[in-house]
Ligand binder design. Structure first.
Ligand SMILES: O=P(O)(O)OC[C@H]1O[C@H](O)[C@H](O)[C@@H](O)[C@@H]1O
Length: 427
């Protein structure tokens, strides 16, 4: 993976090469801290050891014997987005669905759409207590019963040592995959959490971890020597100068979920103590025809991260005699996409709008392993530089607890009262 930060310098936000040189000492200190955390397998930092510590055999053993048409992953947040990123980009043959939300109409539509007798269910929750996941799973279980399918034969549980899900797995003797210690959900794509779905969907998990391992080896005490840290340090430095938004814009349809995964990683890890950077999800070239207007001509408070694979399969554009379109004939969709990418980069740079280019060779296992690992390391570095507690999520937990309370199961049943006082309805 390669990161080009040239277009992040000397733009409207005024970040200069000298500023990055000055920041590099702090990057070296942060790198030392990260390495200590990795060596001690401290909570969160342990995620950066996954290329070495993850045991792909555990997911292989759990997946062994299943050859489903559909894989239904029931999980939310970090327990779904990593797997979805991998199977969307690299999955072959198996129809992978993700029950993360609890929108009833949507859940019903998915259950009506899949053949439950040809479905494997992977219910994933690190804590084993998340209301959305457990509720969705109870609904799936009932649907399987109603369809005459023995759910205990088709369910694999991925969870921690304790929690409701672990008890259920024990009670019904379900195959269970352990969530590794010290790895928060949003950093778990390259662990058993993300890899079970990937394995079932035919992804080469070893190649994925090898890509991540390559990127791990490139972590170094200077942002100029490590692509991951170049990205983490640059995004931090720009955020300090007012880049409140980071628009993640991959130029590959298969990476659309990657932007969603990145949004959780960035928002939940770095949004603390009044700091952080709002991740926006974009997709090239589609969003050149919508969001780009804002990115180039709206407030100068954004960074655009452009991601592209250097190589991809291509489709030729047929010759045409349509007036004004002859320049397209003989070219290809890939060349057009590449031209769009370069045009966006140039368009932003010409307007003084900061952007960073990230390139992987291909959207394949190696490329994804590199990309996901590098974004995680970048995020950890940013968190160190900003002095935030990257691996906690108290604000999310407040809402989780409040929702449980409103249903009668939590410590905070009075959540409605907070908003009730503040309502100002216009009818
Ligand atoms: O895996 P679980 O324990 O079910 O958690 C799923 C999600 O729940 C919370 O919202 C956390 O903030 C997320 O980081 C986590 O990924």
């Amino acid at each position: 993976m390669n990161v080009d930060i040239g277009n992040a310098l000397d733009g409207d936000l005024g970040l200069a090469r000298d500023d990055l040189d000055a920041l590099d000492d702090r990057v070296a200190d942060a790198h030392d801290r990260i390495e200590r955390g990795r060596a001690e397998a401290e909570h969160g930092y342990a995620a950066l050891n996954l290329p070495e510590t993850c045991d792909p055999h555990a997911v292989r053993r759990a997946a062994d014997g299943f050859d489903p048409d559909h894989l239904l992953t029931v999980g939310i947040g970090g327990s779904a987005l990593g797997a979805a990123t991998l199977t969307d980009a690299l999955g072959t043959g198996v129809d992978c669905r993700y029950l993360d939300n609890v929108d009833p109409a949507w859940v019903r539509a998915i259950l009506d759409d899949v053949d439950l007798s040809e479905t494997v269910v992977n219910v994933v929750s690190r804590s084993g207590t998340t209301a959305e996941t457990l509720s969705n799973f109870l609904v799936v279980r009932e649907a399987m019963d109603a369809a005459g399918v023995d759910w205990t034969e088709r369910t694999v549980v991925t969870t921690g040592e304790a929690g409701n899900l672990r008890s259920m797995a024990d009670r019904h003797d379900l195959p269970a995959v352990d969530v590794p210690d010290g790895v928060p959900g949003r950093f778990s794509a390259l662990s058993t959490v993300g890899l079970f779905a990937a394995e079932v969907a035919g992804v080469d998990v070893d190649a994925l971890l090898a890509g991540a391992a390559d990127e791990a080896e490139r972590l170094a005490g200077s942002l100029f020597e490590s692509p991951a840290y170049a990205y983490g340090a640059t995004t931090y430095a720009l955020a300090e100068r007012g880049a409140a938004t980071n628009a993640m814009m991959p130029y590959a349809e298969s990476l659309e979920r990657f932007a969603e995964w990145f949004a959780q990683l960035w928002a939940e890890s770095l949004g603390k103590d009044g700091r952080g950077q709002t991740p926006a999800r974009a997709l090239g070239a589609t969003d050149q025809h919508s969001q780009l207007q804002l990115y180039r001509a709206g407030p100068a408070d954004k960074l655009v991260t452009l991601v592209r694979p250097r190589e991809a399969d291509d489709v030729g554009i047929p010759e045409t005699d349509l007036e004004g379109l002859s320049y397209l004939g003989g070219s290809s969709l890939g060349e057009l996409l590449d031209a769009e990418f370069r045009a966006t980069e140039a368009s932003l740079a010409a307007a003084g709008r900061e952007n960073v280019r990230i390139e992987i060779d291909r959207v394949d296992e190696r490329g994804l392993g590199e990309l996901l690992y590098a974004m995680e390391a970048a995020c950890v570095l940013y968190g160190e530089l900003a002095g935030v507690s990257t691996f906690t999520q108290p604000a999310v937990e407040w809402g989780k607890n409040a929702a449980r309370g409103l249903l009668g199961g939590g410590e905070f049943p009075e959540a409605d009262a907070v908003t009730e006082k503040r309502r100002l309805e216009v009818e």
